[in-house]
Write a protein that binds this ligand. Structure first.
Ligand SMILES: [Zn+2]
Ligand SMILES: [Zn+2]
Length: 213
């Protein structure tokens, strides 16, 4: 099995977790043996999040999508942003706030769960008033956490462990952009994403009655 960062292998990862007998859990209760907290930090692309959400739904998997209100790369308040948020809910996923420290505002679009974007160690795991912080104990400890950041698994791709339910419970952080836009390196994946965004932006310009002739 090639451990590529693409949707085929993402599907294999999820199926491995299902073979391992994990339960897809939300951050609304403490971790229990067999729980898999599937977490998505949506840093760059709502479209990638929706693609991933639809694949998960097809497999009967639920995840928590952490969305930003102040992203440089997308606008959650735009009609497309609102539509994608509603679609994530309709596909039975949880939606949390991907906040930029120290700004937190309670907002009815989000469940009471938060993850900081690019956090510093000083506050990463500190409690946040009115929210579950995905990186605070008991939801986070290093033995029960894997992340795909920058297309690099620190301890190898988790698919083998998942099939054997190792570790006993897990928080798995997956960035949708890395898997939806193909590339053998992070740089290539980002360039694939920019191509897709360019096509989308041209369509948005046309929709906005800009003469592109
Ligand atoms: Zn793998
Ligand atoms: Zn982030």
């Amino acid at each position: 099995m090639s451990c590529a960062f693409d949707l085929d292998h993402y599907r294999e990862l999820l199926k491995a977790a299902q073979r391992g007998g994990y339960t897809f859990a939300r951050f609304d209760r403490d971790p229990q043996p067999g729980d898999l907290f599937l977490r998505h930090d949506v840093d760059l692309s709502l479209e990638a999040a929706l693609t991933m959400a639809e694949l998960e739904r097809e497999l009967g998997v639920t995840a928590t999508y952490f969305l930003m209100t102040e992203s440089v790369f997308y606008n959650l308040a735009s009609p497309a942003g609102e539509e994608i948020l509603a679609r994530l809910r309709a596909l039975d996923h949880a939606v949390g706030l991907h906040a930029v420290y120290p700004r937190v505002r309670r907002d009815r679009r989000f469940d009471r769960v938060l993850a900081w974007h690019n956090p510093d160690p000083e506050y990463m795991s500190q409690p946040v008033d009115g929210f579950v912080n995905a990186m605070e104990p008991p939801w986070f400890d290093r033995a029960h956490y894997r992340s795909d950041s920058n297309q690099r698994w620190r301890r190898g791709c988790p698919h083998t462990g998942l099939a054997k339910r190792k570790p006993e419970w897990l928080q798995l952080l997956i960035h949708p952009e890395i898997w939806v836009y193909e590339g053998a390196t992070m740089g290539e994946s980002m360039r694939s994403m920019l191509e897709a965004k360019r096509e989308l932006a041209l369509q948005q310009l046309a929709d906005d009655r800009i003469d592109l002739s």
